[in-house]
Design a protein around this ligand. Structure first.
Ligand SMILES: Nc1nc2c(ncn2[C@@H]2O[C@H](COP(=O)(O)OP(=O)(O)OP(=O)(O)O)[C@@H](O)[C@H]2O)c(=O)[nH]1
Ligand SMILES: [Mg+2]
Length: 257
C-alpha cells in the first residue's frame, strides 16, 4: 500500500463559504503525488498543481478522512480537538472559533495509518453559512452538546435537521455529551443523552475535554469505522461502532477518576 506525507497540524480560519473542497469519498493516499485534497486548508477547493501543505510534515498515512465537529457555541468542540491532538486542555478565557479551523492527526488503526483531517467549526449562528459549505465533504461528524447547558442539548434536533439537509446521507455520526467533569453544574442526565441517541440511532458517549475522558476513544472509534467502511476485506467481521462505543465507553467511565 502506498504512503504519503501529511502535515502535523495546520490552522485556517474564516474561509470563503462559496467554494468547496474535494468531493466526498475516502481518500487513499498515493505516493509521489501532491494530491491537495486531504491536506488542503478548508478555505477553497483543491487546486491541481498547488504544492501540498503537508510537505513539511514527517508522518505518513494510508487513508485519509474528514471529520467535522459541530454543535452550539461553547460546548467544547475546540477543546475536544485540542485535547485529542495535543493532549492539553484550553482552560481560561473562552475564545470562540471564527469560521472554521482544522487539524490533522494520523492514527494507527489495526496496522493501517489513518489520517483524520478534523474540521473545527464555529458554533455561532453567524457562521452557519460557512459551515454548511463543508458538510458535503465530511466523512464523519461529531455532534456535541454540553451537559451543563440544556439549550445546547435541546438544539441537537435542529443540528440533526441541518446535518440531514447538508451532509452526505451515509455520513458517520456520533453524539457526544461534553463537560462531564462539571458534575455540580450538570443539567442533562446521561440517560437523557442515551435516550436521544437511541431515538436517532446514534452512537453516544459522554466526554470531558478537561480530564480527557473518552476523548481518544471518540476519535479512535470513528477512525475504525471509517477505515472499515473503506478497506474491509470480505472475510473480515464488520466493525460495529455502536457496540464498540458502548463497550469501551463504559469501561473508560467506570475506571476514570
Ligand atoms: N469544565 C469543562 N470545561 C470545558 C470543557 N470543554 C470545554 N470547556 C470550556 O468551555 C468553553 C468553550 O470551549 P470551546 O472548546 O472553545 O467551545 P466551542 O464549542 O469550540 O465554541 P465555538 O468555537 O464558539 O463554537 C471554554 O471556556 C472551555 O475551557 C470540558 O470538558 N469541561
Ligand atoms: Mg471553537
Amino acid at each position: 500500500m502506498s504512503r504519503k506525507k501529511t502535515s502535523k497540524s495546520k490552522g485556517a480560519s474564516a474561509p470563503a463559504a462559496s467554494t468547496l473542497p474535494a468531493a466526498n469519498g475516502p481518500q487513499p493516499a498515493r505516493s509521489g503525488t501532491a494530491r491537495p485534497g486531504p491536506d488542503a486548508p478548508p478555505n477553497g477547493p483543491p487546486q491541481p498543481g498547488r504544492p501540498s501543505l503537508g510537505s513539511s510534515g514527517g508522518d505518513f498515512y494510508d487513508v485519509a478522512f474528514k471529520v467535522m465537529l459541530v454543535g452550539d457555541s461553547g460546548v467544547g468542540k475546540t477543546c475536544l480537538l485540542v485535547r485529542f491532538k495535543d493532549g492539553a486542555f484550553l482552560a481560561g478565557t473562552f475564545i470562540s472559533t471564527v469560521g472554521i479551523d482544522f487539524r490533522n492527526k494520523v492514527l494507527d488503526v489495526d496496522g493501517v495509518k489513518v489520517k483524520l483531517q478534523m474540521w473545527d467549526t464555529a458554533g455561532q449562528e453567524r457562521f452557519r453559512s460557512v459551515t454548511h459549505a463543508y458538510y458535503r465533504d465530511a466523512h464523519a461528524l461529531l455532534l456535541l452538546y454540553d451537559v451543563t447547558n440544556k439549550a445546547s442539548f435541546d438544539n441537537i434536533q435542529a443540528w440533526l435537521t441541518e446535518i440531514h439537509e447538508y451532509a452526505q446521507h451515509d455520513v458517520a455520526l456520533m453524539l457526544l455529551g461534553n463537560k462531564v467533569d462539571s458534575a455540580h453544574e450538570r443539567v442533562v442526565k446521561r440517560e437523557d443523552g442515551e435516550k436521544l441517541a437511541k431515538e436517532y440511532g446514534l452512537p453516544f458517549m459522554e466526554t470531558s475535554a478537561k480530564t480527557g475522558l473518552n476523548v481518544d476513544l471518540a476519535f479512535t472509534a470513528m477512525a475504525k469505522e471509517l477505515k472499515q467502511r473503506s478497506m474491509k476485506a470480505p472475510s473480515e467481521p464488520r466493525f460495529r461502532l455502536h457496540d464498540y462505543v458502548n463497550r469501551e465507553g463504559r469501561r473508560a467511565s467506570c475506571c476514570h477518576p
